[in-house]
Design a protein around this ligand. Sequence first.
Ligand SMILES: Cc1cc2nc3c(=O)[nH]c(=O)nc-3n(C[C@H](O)[C@H](O)[C@H](O)COP(=O)(O)OP(=O)(O)OC[C@H]3O[C@@H](n4cnc5c(N)ncnc54)[C@H](O)[C@@H]3O)c2cc1C
Length: 201
Amino acid sequence: MSEASQPGCSDEKRLASRDPKTYPVVDFNLLSDRRDLERMVAAVRLLAKLVVHPALNPEAGDFFPASFSPRIKRLSRYGTANRIVASILGPMLDVPAGLRQLLIRLVLLNGTAFQATLADDRALEAFVRQSVFGVWHPVGTCRMGDPSDPKAVVDPEGLVIGSDNIFVADASIMPRLPTANTNIPVIMAAEKISDALLSRN
Ligand SMILES: Cc1cc2nc3c(=O)[nH]c(=O)nc-3n(C[C@H](O)[C@H](O)[C@H](O)COP(=O)(O)OP(=O)(O)OC[C@H]3O[C@@H](n4cnc5c(N)ncnc54)[C@H](O)[C@@H]3O)c2cc1C
């Protein structure tokens, strides 16, 4: 996940509607820090080199990047239409290498071989920007901190600064992105905040 989801970076949260049942808009603005983009571009190039290495892949021409694009998301949904598409596309890829590679280029890569994208800095950057997405561990949209810290939303007991009785106890209060998974830290934070609440009462 990019550092953009940490407090202080330019991720955006706003209400989409006055209706409390409508989900808010949360835009993590991934890759807004250029260093993230540069690291991601270097990582894609490195992986691409490994994937087409003859020791790993005797058919290097079959290589194409799998990104979770809106088109692939649509294709991944269960349903009759997708079952028909998959039953046609699957066997079509099981043909002699030359024809398969043509199909990959035309159908999966919109006509541009990925080697051409890899060789072109701007095209690769555009590909990375288009393909990047978060992986379910967003934190810190409502960070804990000292009440005098202008970027803090809740105090060290989880109380929303400026309120009398509103508490937050979830992943949003993490002051920064942890280097481990988030589930156990959320449970620990919730235990700590509930202890503080109980001792208040
Ligand atoms: C697919 C996936 C895989 C993950 N894998 C791991 C993993 O392997 N290890 C790990 O440590 N972490 C993992 N995580 C991350 C971890 O699950 C989260 O960081 C953690 O659950 C966040 O806890 P939370 O309490 O902040 O939010 P949540 O667990 O999302 O809890 C929010 C709760 O609020 C409820 N809610 C929402 N809106 C309303 C409303 N209007 N009124 C009342 N209730 C509402 C929701 O139903 C939900 O129960 C994964 C997350 C996902 C999505």
